[in-house]
Design a protein. Structure first.
Length: 61
């Protein structure tokens, strides 16, 4: 499924009026990450293993 058709979820750390808004959409093969302020800019794509590694390493902070 293309990212444009996926269901995007806004981060719980994002605010409705704040400058730091991130959205994530998961499909069967890819986790997509984009900036909420401009959804037409390119987004990041992770495979499930890379996403797990990313979450593991960023959760340590």
């Amino acid at each position: 499924m293309p990212a444009e058709q996926a269901t995007w979820l806004k981060s719980s750390y994002s605010t409705n009026d704040g400058p730091s808004c991130v959205e994530v959409a998961a499909t069967s093969r890819t986790i997509h990450v984009r900036d909420t302020k401009d959804i037409h800019l390119p987004h990041l794509d992770f495979n499930p293993t890379a996403w797990d590694d990313f979450i593991t390493h960023t959760s340590r902070s």
